[in-house]
Design a protein around this ligand. Structure first.
Ligand SMILES: Cc1ncc(COP(=O)(O)O)c(C=O)c1O
Length: 417
């Protein structure tokens, strides 16, 4: 941040991330398992709290008008709890800088807005979270930014869509809700040839399973509401990437104002400390459940990148350290069976989020992708009978019992108890 407020009245100048979040030179970098626990928190002096204090303050004392005072204001993203989670995620992703925001959508929209202006063009995968797709298809064009949605399965689609005015390539992986895993490397290579950054939404993976920067992404975005927070008790987003890019997002954060509340930032920091062990269990439960669903006659198809017959299994195997906690199943009886299945859930709640310790089930046709027509959904692989399951960390036997009960009532007539 500028030390001269008069030359930077909005306080939008460059900002440095907390160097304590980066490994000190001369020592091997701590493992990711260690960084989720200790990242960004240097060992304390006697008497200091082991857990970072919650600084529930909107503003911070400045010095006198002549002191070259730093303007501390929580809407600027400079609250210590906000900084800590931004730095922590940057460290986990191997990125130079990170910025915490008030939601995943705030992170996505401000990042995109920080990179384009009227007359520019964006190339994006067509496989997107519903709200991101609406932003791409409706909001950006309304601001004079053209967007081409490409089918990432189509060879040459990215390259073919690039224009002189293209400013960035955008990819979500794994995708919501069909769990496609697209290889960022060829997309990043196309970007490099044309001098375009690859921006990725990696919410479904978490940095434990995938560090997209290692595969060519320049900027990564998380809905931290999901796995990073991990307890379905906060809404947050984080963007990480090169400092110059993050400073541009910060500039818009200060203007548009979707700041992360310090308490939510504090909760997010606490959630991140257990990320590694939670993801390990999510991965294990989801893989076992996916295999279990495959053997059920009521289930027509299971979408899980850890299954050998998944179209992206080989890519996921190469790029990811685990296949994630999300499973989607298509029921033989279609939409009616999916509805009936959901009516008979008890422990697994029907709720439109994911990534928490508890198992949550949702019907994409009624939640995340309801703004699309059935035909549009079909076009991106979302059948009307698709049930998305965010597999929690409960006991696997209990989850199998729960789903066996719900399947027995799914109305397809083939259920067993
Ligand atoms: C892949 C993905 N990205 C972004 C978001 C938006 O996150 P938030 O709800 O925190 O704004 C979601 C929400 O479900 C999501 O699934």
């Amino acid at each position: 941040m500028s030390s001269d407020p008069s030359s930077d009245p909005l306080g939008v100048g460059a900002e440095r991330s907390d160097p304590s979040s980066r490994p000190s030179s001369g020592h091997p970098a701590p493992s990711l398992s260690t960084r989720v626990v200790h990242g960004g928190v240097p060992g304390g002096r006697p008497g200091e709290p082991v857990v970072p204090a919650l600084v529930q303050s909107a503003t911070f004392f400045g010095g006198g008008p002549d002191d070259g005072v730093e303007l501390g204001y929580t809407r600027y993203g400079t609250n210590p709890n906000q900084r800590l989670v931004g730095d922590r995620v940057a460290s986990l992703e191997g990125m130079e800088a990170g910025l915490a925001l008030g939601s995943g959508m705030a992170a996505i929209t401000l990042t995109l807005l920080s990179m384009v202006e009227a007359g520019d063009h964006v190339v994006s995968s067509q496989q997107l979270y519903g709200a991101t797709r609406i932003f791409m298809e409706e909001e950006l064009p309304r601001r004079g930014v053209e967007v081409t949605l490409v089918d990432p399965d189509e060879a040459g689609a990215w390259e073919g869509a690039i224009r002189n005015t293209t400013r960035l390539l955008y990819l979500e992986t794994p995708t919501n809700p069909t769990l496609r895993v697209f290889d960022p490397r060829p997309v990043a290579q196309v970007g490099q040839r044309h001098g375009l950054p690859l921006v990725m939404d990696v919410t479904f993976a978490s940095p434990v399973n995938l560090r997209a920067g290692e595969w060519g992404a320049e900027i990564v975005i998380h809905s931290a509401t999901k796995y990073l927070g991990g307890h379905s008790d906060l809404i947050a987003g984080v963007v990480a990437g090169p400092m110059v890019r993050i400073n541009e997002v910060r500039r818009l954060l200060r203007l548009y104002g979707p700041a992360l509340d310090p308490h939510a930032a504090w909760l997010l920091d606490r959630g991140i400390r257990t990320l590694d062990v939670r993801i390990e269990r999510h991965n294990r439960n989801a893989l076992e459940l996916a295999r279990w669903f495959q053997n059920r006659p009521e289930v027509a198809r299971v979408h899980y990148p850890g299954l050998p017959d998944h179209p992206d299994h080989a890519v996921a195997h190469r790029l990811m350290d685990g296949f994630g906690g999300m499973v989607a199943v298509e029921l033989v009886g279609g939409a009616d069976a999916a509805d009936e299945f959901c009516r008979h859930l008890s422990m697994a709640a029907l709720a439109p989020s994911l990534g928490g310790v508890e198992t949550l089930v949702s019907l994409p046709r009624l939640t995340s992708h309801r703004s699309m027509t059935a035909q549009e959904r079909e076009g991106v692989g979302i059948s009307e009978g698709l049930v998305r399951i965010s597999v929690g960390i409960e006991g696997l036997e209990d989850l199998e019992e729960e789903f066996a009960r719900a399947l027995a009532h799914d109305g397809s007539g083939s259920g067993r108890s």
